[in-house]
Design a protein around this ligand. Structure first.
Ligand code: PEP
Ligand code: MG
Length: 658
């Protein structure tokens, strides 16, 4: 029994869709295969399915043989044509390992001499400077004993291997059950657990054991074969799965050998962690508060290590390549996470320089902490909300520790970019609800998806555009794709039950964009009501980041509850100077009178209409500009958590007439 179809799974059979497909296939007794371009693989192995690299809109055939073949083919074809049908709608929060591995931005350059001290150049992955004792973490390669088994030893060795896999899975389950694991880290561990259980790995190992290999050698060989398959596929996401296979193989081998992984538990306070690579599973469980800095041979600015380091405020330099080996025997290391510099065993001059910079940064931070709980006001007593710009739940803690009075910009793009598929409504509702609860009673302003051809995401086909910044992005794309937009709006209505959610639209250039969104919100609310799903209304605002929005601000102000000025885009569009183009960087200046006057016009229109006017572009955190913005009438400033206390200090000084 077989049937062909066109795959409608947005991102193809990657990660979670592959796992779901396998789960469905395993529910049938029949042998089931998926065939693409004449190549058939078992539909009961997610590794094999992923390696088939099935993409959206490709033709595949489902073939089944057995008592329930008809039902199996029908169910699996149904899934491929309509992935939401036939499966429980489990949350996709923390989707397993679905973040495409980003290649390192820049390979390390050769060591140079700075004041007599060797300096290595890597990728500046997490800002800040640090100097501390080196903690080298280079776990030894595992080697199999290479022993040939006697025939009567084979069954026992297979049992030993199966028990080791069960132990690794149980450990991963325990890690997954821990409360302090972030959603992102949880997803990574879940992906590893899927691989550990996959037939293609276990099947290959058992085959090698039955041929006489000892279990450790068999695991090493099988993992290498499967990892090589992943590395050979022309797809960044699948290439990164090779590391996952090696990581799982290593864990199984360690159990078989009765060894423990070298632990990061013993890292001394303030030490600089040096490694060729650090498994996401290991780093997620490491004592991050004790780590002074991270240096790695692998990784880039958007790799998992960088994300974890940034969200915990740990300076990091990654992507050093082979050069990291020069640090194996280092006693002391200084790193500059802004410049991507690593100094091995700094000499007196370098040590003095770094110590001074670290102290200056610490002193500034310490002096500002008194402003954490300050509620800044204008001289007339009006509260100025100093809120945080964040893009993931992992950043909540940093924002709260800084004293954020809510969130003034939650960039939802990361939620969409992290995954190889569009996030489900449930997953989004959970994320927005968690945010609302974390900052209640303060407000959380969630920006609807602001994505365009310059930052494509899986699941949305973008046309090739000459000028993506002037193209199909932000609210324009969302209104053309109500299937995507309504999911986000429904999730936001559901989350509004849990706190003070406000919603703002990016890239608005005409009033119709607001009225059309309102109509969609009303449609979503009516649907939720009919479905009996709890939901609540939210304030709708717009970002002012196009010249058109500035020029129609008086009319726009009558349609919305608030304005938030996006100075990053507003500057590039007012000045007609690409924000990513260094050649015109001088023109891309928010202090240019043209931009400042656009901000003032916007503020005037908002104040006249009696709505809140805020700002969430980078300029909102600039102490030199804050007084001018407040004089214009802005009452909310949203910025990166690191700028919050300094901004509160500036506002307080202004109110005190200093
Ligand atoms: C802005 O344009 O100022 C803004 C905050 O949005 P983004 O930087 O995400 O485009
Ligand atoms: Mg913008």
């Amino acid at each position: 029994m077989e049937r062909s179809t066109i795959v409608r799974v947005h991102e193809g059979l990657h990660a979670r869709p592959a796992t779901r497909f396998v789960k469905l296939a395993k529910g049938f007794e029949s042998d089931v295969e998926l065939v693409k371009d004449g190549k058939a693989v078992s539909a009961k192995s997610s590794v094999k399915l992923m390696l088939l690299a099935v993409k959206e809109n490709q033709e595949v055939t489902v073939r089944a043989n057995g008592a329930d073949a008809i039902e199996a083919v029908e169910a699996l074809i149904g899934y491929l044509e309509n992935p939401r049908a036939g499966l429980d709608d489990e949350s996709e929060a923390g989707e397993g390992g679905s973040e495409a591995a980003a290649p390192a931005r820049e390979a390390a350059s050769p060591a140079s001499q700075a004041g007599g001290t060797p300096t290595l150049q890597g990728v500046a992955a997490s800002e800040g400077v640090a100097i501390g004792p080196a903690f080298a973490h280079f776990p030894a390669e595992i080697e199999g004993p290479g022993r040939r088994l006697q025939a009567d030893e084979i069954d026992g060795e297979v049992e030993r291997f199966r028990a080791a896999v069960a132990t690794v899975q149980a450990r991963m389950d325990r890690t997954l059950a821990e409360d302090n694991l972030s959603a992102g880290d949880r997803g990574i561990v879940a992906a590893l657990r899927d691989i550990a259980a996959d037939d293609s790995l276990t099947g290959e190992v058992e085959k090698l054991i039955s041929e006489g290999d000892d279990a450790v050698s068999a695991v090493i060989a099988a993992a290498a074969t499967i990892a090589a398959d992943f590395s050979a596929v022309d797809d960044h996401y699948l290439n990164a799965r090779a590391d996952d296979v090696h990581a799982v193989g290593r864990q199984v081998c360690l159990v078989l050998l009765g060894q423990d992984e070298v632990s990061l538990e013993t890292i001394p306070q303030g030490a600089i962690l040096i490694a060729d690579d650090i498994g996401a599973w290991d780093l997620a469980r490491a004592p991050l508060k004790r780590i002074g800095g991270v240096v790695c041979g692998h990784g880039g600015a958007t790799s998992h290590i960088a994300i974890i380091a940034r969200s915990h405020g740990i300076p990091a330099v990654l992507g050093l390549g082979e050069k990291v080996n020069a640090l194996r025997a280092a006693k002391e290391v200084a790193i500059d996470g802004n410049a991507g510099h690593v100094i091995v065993d700094p000499d007196e001059a370098a040590r003095a320089d770094f110590t001074r910079r670290v102290e200056a940064a610490a002193q500034e931070r310490a002096g500002l902490t008194v402003f954490k709980s300050v509620t800044p006001t204008r001289a007339d007593g009006t509260v100025i909300e100093v809120a945080a710009n964040i893009g993931s739940l992992e950043e909540i803690e940093a924002a709260q520790e800084a004293g954020a009075m809510g969130v003034g910009l939650f960039r939802t793009e990361l939620l969409f970019m992290r995954h190889m598929h569009l996030p489900s409504e449930d997953m989004q509702a959970e994320t927005y609800s968690a945010l609302a609860k974390a900052f209640a009673p303060h407000s959380v302003i969630v920006r609807t998806l602001d994505i365009g051809g310059d930052k494509p995401i899986a699941g949305i086909e973008f046309p090739d555009e000459e000028n993506p910044f002037l193209g199909w992005r932000g609210i324009r794309m969302c209104l053309d794709r109500p299937d995507i937009f309504k999911k986000q709006l429904r999730a936001l209505l559901r989350a509004a039950v849990h706190g003070n959610i406000k919603v703002m639209l990016p890239m608005v250039s005409e009033i119709a964009e607001v009225t059309r969104t309102r109509a969609l919100v009303a449609e979503c609310a009516a649907e939720l009501k009919a479905e009996g799903v709890p939901h609540a209304a939210f304030d709708l605002g717009v970002m002012i980041e196009t010249p058109a929005a500035v020029l129609i601000a008086p009319a726009l102000a009558k349609e919305v509850a608030f304005f938030s000025i996006g100075t990053n885009d507003l500057t590039q569009y007012i000045m007609a100077a690409d924000r990513l183009n260094p050649t015109v960087a001088k023109l891309n200046d928010v202090t240019n009178p043209a931009v400042m006057s656009a901000i003032e016009l916007t503020a005037k229109a908002g104040v006249a209409a009696g709505i809140m006017v805020g700002m969430c572009g980078e300029a909102a955190g600039r102490p030199d500009l804050i007084p001018a913005f407040i004089k214009m009438g802005l009452t909310e400033l949203s910025m990166s958590p690191a700028s919050i206390q300094r901004a509160k200090k500036t506002i307080a000084a202004m109110a005190a007439g200093r």
